[in-house]
Write a protein that binds this ligand. Structure first.
Ligand code: G6Q
Length: 535
């Protein structure tokens, strides 16, 4: 991060106390000035601890980091993922262009369209019952076997877009190597009506391959070896490994090394989702992503939704020392959205060395957490309102519900609006006294307020608005990575644990192997060995 500007930012915060009540009183047009719309979404960021000079300073931070050029580099396929020497082209996955981008000798848009066509044809075969299982029955159950980036996106979106799914098909997402995940899923499906999608970019991930082999053995036991061809397809970049597993590569849906796992939902990794919602709705999802991509690439920073969210996040992380931010969707269909964002943000920007390999001396990626409203209100909001930490929050809501039962939606949205109002403006001791609160209780019933929030609102949760929402956060994370001068597209931090787990696995199965870990790990493994199930 540009040190001069960072210091300026800190100085600005120290020297000028921001009070939301005062800021709103001073400028009646504040809400209007600080509301921006794009790609079906409206962002009201007026309930943040900023005024116009602060916003200008924040925008300068983006300019000094050469954000504009960095955005172009990403869209144009420059190898911006330097530590893995790869382009970062998830934006190409949702582009409606069919030609015009050649990267490393590959016709990127052409290849993307070809896979989308293959996916669409396959999805239609399943949806219309033309693809039959080995015993001649229609497919009714889809089991996506994948983990991390090959699971969280389609699992989140399948739930988010439930109203758009074909309800006679049921999708399951098995990720955990804990056998319980697979075992409990197998209890709910019938082999001759099930399609397993093995989704793995590398096709070597321990959890996914273990689950895939277990599923295969279960199916073969029930229907025989020859049934595998009708009940297993693969999504991968590794054709050799797919063939080795026993899946015909004609039933493989490809993608490319320039698609990072946590950015891969709009690639073939979204196959289960496409089967569920159909190719037409899937196309609308992609068009939502594309609309936000276009906005991010072209809008001036001060009216650019992803850039604004990124800059406000930096203000709280680096200016105020906030450790986390909460994402609070007021929509039950978005229940998995915070978990999806956790990977997107924390795996991307959980970095502590800069692009030159030097340790950073400022905060980078925040902790992301959240739950749908109103449930969270009855659980953890107390700490946001009256705790000692600053927790900025993004409130996400919709004007229309897919389930217009009595007055549920007005009640939901009344809470949505009430919370950001209460967080911003609180309740003074004087107000408490005027309400007759006994003096000894006044300190407990006073709400300091001045807690910053963003409000993101759209007419309705649709494939299009969901696509735009995901792209909004993807580009927010990208922008922050640029300003923090870190690499957002690698994830070396997950490697060490994987290597150690491989070594320990041998020690758990062969209990005669000597243990040479630290004393704590040795003792824990010994305890497990002594108590594990032996048959
Ligand atoms: C995401 C990560 C990681 C990855 C999984 C699954 O950005 O790289 O979550 O998606 O480890 O990897 P495979 O798709 O290769 O099985």
């Amino acid at each position: 991060m540009d040190i001069d500007t960072a210091e300026l930012l800190a100085g600005q915060i120290e020297s000028r106390e921001m009070n939301l009540k005062t800021l709103f009183a001073e400028d009646p047009a504040r809400a209007e000035k600080m509301t921006v719309s794009a790609a079906g979404w409206t962002l009201d960021y007026s309930k943040n601890l900023v005024d116009e000079p602060t916003m200008k300073l924040l925008v300068r931070l983006a300019e000094k980091a050469n954000l504009k050029q960095e955005i172009e580099a990403m869209f144009n396929g420059v190898h911006i993922n330097k530590t893995e020497d790869r382009a970062v082209l998830h934006t190409a996955l949702r582009s409606s262009k069919t030609s015009g981008l050649v990267v490393d000798g590959q016709d990127v848009y052409g290849d993307v369209q070809a896979v989308l066509k293959q996916m669409g044809e396959f999805a239609n075969l399943i949806r219309t019952g033309k693809w039959l299982g080995a015993t001649g029955k229609r497919i009714k159950y889809i089991v996506n076997i994948g983990i991390g980036g090959s699971d969280l996106g389609p699992a989140m979106a399948y739930q988010a877009l439930a109203p758009f799914t074909k309800r006679s098909l049921k999708c399951f997402f098995v990720s955990n190597v804990d056998a319980t995940h697979m075992a409990e899923t197998l209890l709910q499906i019938k082999a001759d009506q099930t399609l397993f999608i093995v989704a793995s970019k590398t096709f070597t991930t321990q959890e996914t391959m273990t689950n895939a082999h277990t599923a295969r053995a279960w199916l073969v036991e029930k229907l025989g070896d020859a049934a595998v061809a009708k009940h297993f397809v693969a999504v991968s970049t590794n054709a050799a490994k797919v063939a080795e597993f026993g899946i015909d590569t004609a039933n493989m849906f490809g993608f490319w090394d320039w698609v990072g796992g946590r950015y891969s939902m709009p690639s073939a990794i979204g196959l289960s989702l496409m089967i569920a919602i159909g190719p037409t709705q899937y196309k609308r999802l992609l068009s939502g992503y594309e609309a936000m991509d276009r906005h991010f690439r072209t809008a001036p920073f001060k009216r650019n939704l992803p850039v604004l969210l990124a800059l406000l996040g930096i203000l709280y992380s680096n200016g105020y020392g906030a450790d986390s931010y909460a994402v609070l969707p007021y929509d039950q269909y978005l229940a998995r959205f915070p978990a999806y964002l956790q990977q997107l943000d924390m795996e991307s920007n959980g970095k502590s060395v800069d692009r030159e390999g030097n340790p950073v001396d400022y905060m980078t990626g925040p902790i992301v957490w959240g739950e749908p409203g109103t449930n969270g209100q009855h659980a953890f909001y107390q700490l946001i309102h009256q705790g000692t930490r600053l927790i900025p929050a993004d409130f996400i809501g919709f004007c229309k519900s897919h389930n217009p039962l009595s007055d549920h939606h007005d009640k939901l949205m009344a809470n949505f609006f009430a919370q950001t109002e209460a967080l911003a403006f609180g309740k003074t001791a004087e107000q408490c006294r005027a309400e007759g609160v006994p003096e000894n209780l006044v300190p407990f019933k006073t709400f300091e307020g001045n807690h910053p929030t963003n409000t993101l609102i759209a007419p309705e949760l649709t494939p299009k608005t969901l696509g735009a929402l995901i792209a909004l956060y993807e580009h927010k994370v990208f922008t922050q990575g640029i300003i923090w001068n870190i690499y957002s597209f690698d994830q070396w931090g997950v490697e060490l644990g994987k290597v150690l787990a491989g070594k320990i696995l041998k020690e758990l199965s062969d209990t005669t192997l000597p243990l040479a870990h630290d004393a704590s790990t040795n003792a824990l493994i010994a305890y497990y060995r002594a108590n594990k199930r032996t048959k």
